[in-house]
Design a protein around this ligand. Structure first.
Ligand SMILES: *[C@@H]1O[C@H](CO)[C@@H](O)[C@H](O)[C@H]1NC(C)=O
Length: 265
């Protein structure tokens, strides 16, 4: 009996995508401040300038030592990963900054055509899960979300045209746009590939560049949250330009790459 209880505890301690503080799922088309710690896999990727660090991109904790982000977020700077944050300007007891041990950018990252916009950061030390820090689940390999699936983008960057660069984490409902619709000639056409997911657009909110690298969070049937997308690009015409939804790297197209990188590093 003791063994069984212990086993259950271990499973619970390492679960993903089930925050202790559940997010407020607003159906309102508009960005909202999030309930603190309700997206505990959201990280702030920051770069050093002088003696300070500045937020540059979002990212997603997917295992105790691994953070998923966009390749275009990575340059030659010195970075740190801030976990458990809600307000970037506050000293928050449950938050922790960890230096990357390694940053692995996808070998076929193509910054010209924006292909394979995905990178993994291995943390110098693993994080301990808490109510403020927990990994998101990864989607099933190859899983394609239905058109109009209700997903949420989260980040500290601009979530909508004219929206703020926020101190407190924001969320916005972004319904998925099918590949068939997103790749129409008057939408994104051939700029959008099968390894990408589109969400929002057409008068809806869409993420802006400030959210690069951050998660597109979608709820699985069992209630757990999966990171289905990594914010990749949007329209230079504005964040919610008609027929130009936000484009995400489709995480389920990179399942093999992710497990391979994690196994080899
Ligand atoms: C394209 O979008 C329309 C309008 O939202 C929707 O009714 C239709 O099902 C979509 N097509 C596909 C193939 O998903």
């Amino acid at each position: 009996m003791k063994v069984l209880i212990f086993a259950l505890f271990v499973v619970g301690a390492y679960s993903c995508g089930s925050p202790a503080v559940t997010p407020v799922l607003s159906r309102v088309v508009g960005g909202d401040d999030v309930r603190p710690n309700s997206w505990p896999w959201q990280v702030s990727l920051q770069y050093r300038s002088g003696s300070n660090y500045y937020h540059t991109c979002g990212g997603t904790l997917i295992a105790d030592s691994w953070v998923l982000t966009a390749a275009h977020c990575i340059g030659s700077r010195t970075y740190r990963v801030y976990l458990g944050k809600h307000n970037l300007n506050d000293n928050e007891a449950d938050s922790i900054a960890i230096a990357p041990a390694k940053i692995i950018v996808h070998e076929q990252w193509d910054s010209y055509r924006i292909r394979n916009d995905i990178a993994l950061i291995k943390l110098e030390t693993p994080v301990t899960a808490s109510h403020a820090i927990m990994p998101a689940c990864l989607p099933e390999d190859g899983h394609i979300l239905d058109h109009d699936s209700p997903c949420y983008v989260t980040g500290w960057g601009r979530l909508w045209t004219g929206g703020p660069i926020a101190d407190t984490l924001q969320q916005a409902l972004l319904p998925v746009v099918s590949h068939a619709n997103c790749s129409r000639p008057d939408w994104w056409g051939s700029l959008v590939t099968n390894s990408m997911t589109c969400a929002g657009g057409d008068g809806q909110l869409a993420s802006c560049n400030g959210d690069s690298g951050g998660p597109l969070n979608c709820q699985a049937a069992d209630g757990s949250w999966e990171v289905h997308g990594v914010v990749s690009f949007g329209s230079s015409m504005g964040c919610n330009y008609a027929k130009k939804p936000s484009v995400f790297t489709r995480v389920s197209a990179y399942s093999a790459w992710i497990s391979d990188v994690m196994a080899r590093n």
